[in-house]
Design a protein around this ligand. Structure first.
Ligand SMILES: [Zn+2]
Length: 375
């Protein structure tokens, strides 16, 4: 039986509130680092072996905390950044408990889950619980923009690990996640020739029209049966109605279920570039998160988690999800990865974001027990 005392949902909610009230948009490294500082002080106080990797490119630091023990570790990783700008708490999304729901910016994605990871490791250390394997906790600053600076430390920690646990938000019905699509991102920039839309129409080459043609081709690449989707947004183009537009651009999001389809779709989208008759289409980008595919090892981890959830009084269904996470990196390395172990709720990246706060204690207890018990 797990031995770590997690505490009640009331007690967890009170501390989680302080995390939510520390607004941490990815774009504000100092704000992310202030929350990182608090975590570091607490983990240090209970004897965690800490390593702090300084941020770069305008992002915050990554905090690594190790617990004692021998053998391949269990890695647990959570991001402290959110998609919400400063002031969200004071305006559109104040801290609010409304019956079963607790609202606040980033509470569901993923302050609650990252708090689970931090709290579990802190309590394991503080209560001197002997775990079967050492634990490596990572708190990261930049997942919401694709983990440009934390991907390398996550992959370093995962290399040779026994398992990786990701407490991203639970899915519908409290589901954890055993597979995620891979994500590609592309930028398309079109150059045309400007001209007076009345006087010199024939001399112009519309970058907007050329971009529109490319957009329709990308949209047509969606194949729902194969699990491939594309989305073009945002788009920009032109200057004034009476000027043939010399420039237009857009961004593209691609989702694929397998590495092979990722390679094929990446080549297809990059292959849309051309230069002829006064128009130049430049396509840059590629796959930025590899697909996270379910394996037998992942199914075994899930079975373990489900058994623990039953002990803690709830069902743990499973889900394959379209959205990527840091679990994509570790699963693609072949390390058994279980995701969606955070809190129940809804509204990630949306104004109705909330958690079901009475689930804090049982969900955190399952994560903590996995950290103790995975052999
Ligand atoms: Zn997240």
């Amino acid at each position: 039986m797990p031995l770590t005392e997690i505490g009640s949902s009331d007690r967890l909610l009170a501390e989680l509130r302080t995390w939510v009230e520390a607004e941490t948009p990815t774009t504000d490294a100092a704000a992310v680092n202030r929350l990182m500082d608090r975590c570091a002080v607490e983990l240090q106080a209970v004897g965690g072996q800490l390593e702090r990797l300084p941020g770069h490119d305008g992002y915050g630091d990554t905090l690594v905390c190790r617990t004692p023990g021998q053998g391949a570790p269990i890695v647990v990783a959570g991001h402290l950044d959110t998609v919400w700008d400063h002031g969200t708490l004071a305006t559109s999304m104040p801290w609010r408990i409304d019956g079963a729901k607790a609202h606040g910016p980033g509470i569901y994605d993923m302050k609650a889950g990252s708090f689970f990871a931090f709290h579990s490791v802190r309590e394991i250390l503080r209560q001197k619980i002997a775990t079967k394997r050492p634990i490596v906790l990572l708190l990261t600053p930049d997942e919401e923009v694709g983990s440009p600076t934390s991907r390398a430390p996550i992959e370093r920690a995962a290399a040779g690990a026994r398992a990786v646990l990701i407490p991203e938000p639970a899915g519908a019905g409290g589901a954890c996640v055993t597979a995620r699509k891979g994500v590609g991102r592309f930028d398309i920039a079109v150059k045309g020739v400007s001209a007076h839309a009345g006087g010199n129409w024939s001399e112009g080459r519309s970058a907007v029209v050329a971009l529109a043609e490319v957009i329709l081709k990308i949209h047509a690449m969606t194949d729902l049966a194969a699990g491939i989707t594309t989305n073009v947004a945002p788009i920009q183009g032109g200057t004034r109605p009476n000027v043939i537009p010399p420039e237009a651009s857009c961004e593209v999001d691609l989702r694929v279920p397998t590495i092979a389809l990722g390679e094929r779709m990446e080549a297809a989208i990059l292959g849309l570039a051309y230069k002829r008759d006064g128009i130049e289409v430049v396509v840059t980008g590629g796959m930025n998160r590899p697909p996270f595919a379910e394996t037998d090892d992942i199914r075994a981890l899930y079975a373990h988690a489900r058994a623990l959830a039953t002990k803690h009084g709830y069902e743990l269904p499973v889900q394959h999800r379209g959205g990527g996470s840091d679990g994509n990196f570790t699963a693609a390395m072949g390390i058994p990865t279980l995701d969606g172990l955070g809190c129940t709720g809804a509204g990630a990246h949306a104004p109705h974001e909330h958690i079901i706060w009475q689930d804090l204690a049982p969900r955190c207890a399952t994560l903590c027990a996995l950290l103790e018990e995975i052999g």
